[in-house]
Design a protein around this ligand. Structure first.
Ligand SMILES: Nc1ncnc2c1ncn2[C@@H]1O[C@H](COP(=O)(O)OP(=O)(O)OP(=O)(O)O)[C@@H](O)[C@H]1O
Ligand SMILES: [Mg+2]
Length: 309
């Protein structure tokens, strides 16, 4: 079972406004509302691949109720701890005339230490040995920087593998707690080690520095360039199938989901890599926010290139 955690979910409201102008009345031509949050995205993709998954989230107010119904409509099981306030709504203004994408994000309400602990207790009580817990995305307002470190330790002690996909100080603190796997993109990894990583060998070396702090292995995603999979014994370089890009939103989440699914199903590292990169490519080829169907992923498997660095 793959359990995903969303500490800072949001409603993503995408509005299309051709010729968006400041200081004017703007007209929306198209509107869609999605349940946002990296944990929820990961569950959506695991489900589409045929895996078993449950999402856990802190939800608040009316927006929280909307997220619950959107996730349930996707057929993904959601367990929530209800907290005071109102879950964020993030507005995305897409302007096809001026070719701009403008994000207007709410800060979200602060969450108390007690409520955070309540969600952690629920997740830990559910963990069965061999499960994977995916901790993904930003943490809620008011939560301490070492929040993921606490969660990594608690979930590992309960017998789960833990995948951590976060950024900045929160990720840095989480790493020292020994997650099983992290999936930074090349820019995030560069920020972690505090230097530019121009060559694949530099990325490999940086990933190994991070592993020396107690991470079992690292997947460094590199957008359209594919990804590096760095294990204690081997570094694999995977190249992505060429696809027409629909939307790259959530590309990283789909890779995390496929890795979790593949490892949970007992696939080899090479099979895991193939599935992860094909899933990433399949999902960027889709225009909406729905997960790519399994058949599309399978049709791209043969086009993933894998070489040992
Ligand atoms: N333009 C593209 N063409 C083909 N595959 C892509 C493209 N962009 C991303 N991918 C696939 O998705 C994976 C993850 O992409 P990326 O490195 O951009 O993740 P990320 O920066 O973590 O994204 P996110 O915004 O979801 O956090 C890549 O390793 C690749 O397999
Ligand atoms: Mg990412």
């Amino acid at each position: 079972m793959i359990r995903t955690v969303c500490l800072n979910p949001a409603i993503d409201k995408t509005v299309h406004v051709p010729g968006f102008a400041l200081d004017e009345v703007n007209r929306i031509t198209e509107l869609r509302v999605d349940a946002g949050g990296k944990g929820i995205n990961v569950s959506k993709v695991v489900d589409a691949l045929g895996g078993s998954t449950r999402a856990y989230a802190l939800l608040a107010g009316h927006a929280g109720e909307i997220i619950r119904s959107l996730v349930e409509e996707m057929g993904v099981e959601l367990v929530s701890v209800d907290v005071p306030g109102e879950t964020r709504t993030n507005l995305k203004v897409v302007d096809a005339e001026l070719h701009t994408n403008t994000d207007i994000n709410e800060p979200g309400s602060p969450v108390s230490a007690e409520d955070l602990q309540r969600l952690l207790d629920v997740v830990v009580a559910d963990i069965e040995p061999g499960d994977t817990v995916v901790l993904a995305g930003s943490i809620c307002k008011g939560a301490p920087t070492d929040t993921y470190a606490t969660w990594v330790r608690a979930c590992r002690e309960a017998g789960a593998k833990v995948f951590l996909d976060a950024d900045g100080a929160v990720l840095d603190a989480g790493i020292d707690a020994g997650p099983t796997m992290i999936k930074p993109n090349d820019h995030e990894l560069s920020g972690m080690v505090g230097r530019e990583l121009p060559e694949l060998a530099d990325i490999d070396a940086a990933a190994r520095e991070v592993m020396a702090r107690g991470v079992e292995w690292v997947c460094v995603s590199m957008g359209g360039e594919g990804a590096l999979f760095v294990t204690p014994e081997t570094t694999y370089r995977a190249t992505s199938p060429k696809v027409k890009v629909g939307s790259t939103v959530g590309a990283g989440d789909s890779v995390v989901a496929a890795i979790a699914y593949a490892q949970d199903a007992g696939l080899s590292m090479e099979e895991t890599i193939r599935l992860a990169v094909a899933t990433g490519a399949a999902n960027v080829s889709m225009s909406g926010t729905q997960a790519a169907p399994r058949e599309l992923v399978d049709s791209l498997l043969d086009q993933v290139g894998i070489e040992v660095l």
